[in-house]
Design a protein. Sequence first.
Length: 113
Amino acid sequence: MKKIEAFIQPEQFEAVKKELFAAEVFKMSVSQVKGCGQQKGYTESFRGQAVDINLLPKTKIEIAVNEDFVQPTIDAIIRGARTGNIGDGKIFVLDLPQCIRVRTGETGSKAIG
Ligand SMILES: Nc1ncnc2c1ncn2[C@@H]1O[C@H](COP(=O)(O)OP(=O)(O)OP(=O)(O)O)[C@@H](O)[C@H]1O
Ligand SMILES: [Mg+2]
């Protein structure tokens, strides 16, 4: 099992979701975050309040998948998110040791799918 975490441009989210659904990936968690990549972010004080200068809004998508869905999920995210511009996003793939469905107590691959 793997956990895929993608940080994408918010305006690409609908396209990414469409590609994920087309790849039969329906389970996901989505949140709005702030982030920066290699263009570097920093925080400055403006009238006594901390202001994020280069921390830009990003959409974070978290998806837990069984092994056979890892590459299709990555490919779908790239298809939806890539414009060729700086800041298109980044995908992290993490090992996922366990998953438990609360209602049934199912664990592992059964609980993810
Ligand atoms: N090393 C990292 N650790 C944690 N989050 C990251 C990292 N790199 C990127 N991110 C997250 O991903 C978002 C998108 O990153 P981004 O696409 O700007 O990557 P990049 O490496 O700067 O590539 P590019 O040069 O194409 O912009 C960032 O705003 C941040 O939220
Ligand atoms: Mg960047």
